[in-house]
Design a protein. Structure first.
Length: 418
């Protein structure tokens, strides 16, 4: 253990990481659009493979630093090559490093890359449930630097489809496993959901792992317009003189909105007044949508106060969290984990959400939101009146959902990307 940690420390202290690059190709024309940077440890060492390298760095407590090293070494190689500025560079970012500062010796090359390179930061959906505001802040910071965002490995986990619209990626990277199981119903569902998202948002669909003509044909049927894999080229040092055959487009990012879900939805939908007793069946109906279908949606809810998150509600939300990618409950007095698998947020006395009761459901094939504002009646709980609005408009529901995610944890913008 001691020798292993010392050796990996030596690797990291020496910044002994080498980037290789795999081409990203426009399927219709065969033109090179850019490259993905892939990191390797010292050749012939136990840490040559990226999996072994990151495993050792995590064990040594330096995984965030390694992530910065990998990105900085990729930027250094790209900048030194002096290639066409229209080329797009895909660079992976580990979830935990989004909140970690850049080591001082790497700052100059990272800042130069921010100013001179056209970068797409690859993110995975696995962190959204753990750190939703952090992921959204990282994506926003990349876009403020005029960089793009890619969601990686979509389809590897059914939950990724529900989380995709929150990231609003410029590029959706289909997991390579989909190419090997084209007849699987799961593959068909993923392809349909991704195609619908791309049509609505303008995102580019990229198929990974293309190795054969058959894989290429399958990728086309899935709507992919960009390909990556051994069919086009293996990871290698940067070729000299490469020029971009075309420029991979970025899409407009979601507009930042600091309003509450009720303020957002009621501004565009009719508002009605009803008692809490009359609204409960609507709320339960939306919760039940999470149990309907093979790709479970996200469920976000505001309860005003912890006393409304009753033991029965706790059990219901814990059960839903067992199959949903993200379930969250917000209210005064709620803990960070108000139920098993449920993310929580405690609202302050003067928090504007204290006056709202919201239930928001977002999945790959459905979206719905019930937003309500307490009218302040002094009466029995079930007789309290709310003004409310209901919408199934996907774009509007997403606006309400995104703003709720910012309440789940304080987000610090990642260093040097803002």
């Amino acid at each position: 253990m001691g020798q292993l940690v010392q050796n990996i420390h030596d690797v990291l202290d020496a910044r002994a990481v080498t980037p290789l690059f795999q081409p990203l190709v426009e399927i219709a024309s065969g033109r090179v659009l850019g490259y993905e940077a892939l990191s390797r440890g010292p050749a012939g060492s136990p840490w040559e493979s990226p999996a072994a390298l990151f495993a050792a760095a995590r064990q040594a407590g330096r995984a965030d630093e390694l992530d910065w090293i990998c990105r900085a070494q990729a930027y250094r190689a790209i900048l030194a090559a002096g290639l066409d500025p229209a080329l797009t560079w895909f660079v992976n970012m580990e979830p935990t490093s989004w909140r970690a500062g850049c080591p001082a010796d790497l700052v100059p090359v990272v800042e130069q890359a921010r100013d001179e390179l056209r970068v797409v930061t690859e993110m995975t959906e696995r962190v959204l449930a753990d750190d939703p505001s952090g992921l959204l802040a990282a994506a926003a910071a990349c876009r403020e630097a005029n960089w793009g965002v890619a969601l990686d490995d979509v389809g590897a986990d059914p939950m990724s489809l529900a989380l995709m619209p929150f990231v609003h990626p410029d590029v959706v990277k289909l997991d390579m496993g989909l190419l090997h199981h084209p007849g699987d119903p799961h593959t068909a569902r993923v392809a349909a959901a991704v195609a619908a998202h791309a049509e609505a948002s303008g995102a580019v669909i990229l198929a990974e792992g293309i190795e054969t003509e058959e894989h290429l044909a399958i990728a086309r049927t899935m709507g992919a317009t960009v390909g990556q894999g051994w069919y086009f080229g293996r990871p290698a040092p940067l070729p000299a003189g490469t020029r971009a055959g075309a420029c991979l487009p970025f899409i407009p990012p979601p507009a930042r909105d600091d309003r509450t879900p009720f303020q957002i939805v009621s501004g565009r939908r009719p508002v009605t007044v009803a008692t809490k007793a009359h609204l409960i069946p609507l709320s339960r109906h939306l919760e039940a949508l999470v149990d309907d279908g093979p790709e479970p949606p996200v469920l976000l809810a505001c309860f005003q106060e912890a006393r409304h998150f009753t033991p029965a509600t706790l059990r219901r939300f814990a059960r839903i969290a067992g199959r949903s990618p993200l379930v969250a409950a917000l209210g005064a007095g709620l803990s960070d984990r108000p139920a098993p698998g449920v993310r929580g947020a405690c609202l302050g006395d003067d928090d504007v959400l204290r006056g709202e009761w919201n239930v928001v459901v977002v999945g790959p094939h459905r979206a719905a939101a019930l937003v309500a504002r307490d009218l302040g009646d002094d009466c029995a709980d079930g007789e309290r009146r709310f003004e409310f609005a209901l919408t199934h408009d996907r774009a509007l529901v997403l606006e309400a959902a995104r703003t709720l995610l910012t309440w789940l944890a304080p987000a610090r913008v990642p260093a040097l990307i803002s």
